[in-house]
Ligand binder design. Sequence first.
Ligand code: ZN
Length: 255
Amino acid sequence: MSERYKYTGVNSIKFNDCFRSDDDCYKYIASIKWDGEKFACKKCNHAKFCNGKSPYSRRCCKCRYDESATSGTMFDKCKFSILIAFHIVFKIGTKKKGMSTLELSKEFEQRQDTCWEFKWKIQQAMQSSKRFPMTGEIYIDECYFGGPEEDKPGRSKGNKRLVIIALQKLADGNLGRAYAKVIQNASGLEFKPFFNDYIDKTANVVTDKWAGYLPLIPEYPNLKQIPLKWWIEFSGYPYTHNEFKRMVKGHTPSL
Ligand SMILES: [Zn+2]
């Protein structure tokens, strides 16, 4: 693999061929991280280095600071091998309709909460790039989070923050990706940037009957408004609003 080679594409045979061992993964991530020979020590900015302790790490020749290939990346302090981590990223990045943590846990024989933690890191990376809008069945709602009035139902008042939430329902009924954003008010104007960043135009979007979603229908022709509280439809089970909010919080730790 050349130093400047960057893996792109969705061909799993090629991917499996490129990444067969931990060594392949460390070598690759080091080549991307330092882009060939460019190096600047994080502690003293010195440009000369020698090999460090861990695979493909770099040690500053001046202050002896040893920087691993994975530090500052989503692979740092990962609870499973970097080879497994690479393959999970590939699966999530290439499978258009996403993968639940249950599926990941079965396929890679790892604990489900460990998979959840790592999947969350991947989602953060994908969210910041905004290059992977969600497809398939997407449920969207807006509600208030925080403040002392949390247990009172409805869209009311106080110091709460209004948040728009989008959840992806996978074919097996499990939750795929989830995004949330604080908005100023529940208008189409506020909804639009959130939709444009995270929702594919072909997605089968489901919302409640709130009129603020109407201006988005020309751009999202598969948007369907249903009179029922949509989280009942999503789960097949009548969650109360607070149970639903706890579920969303569990998937979007920044809330
Ligand atoms: Zn240094």
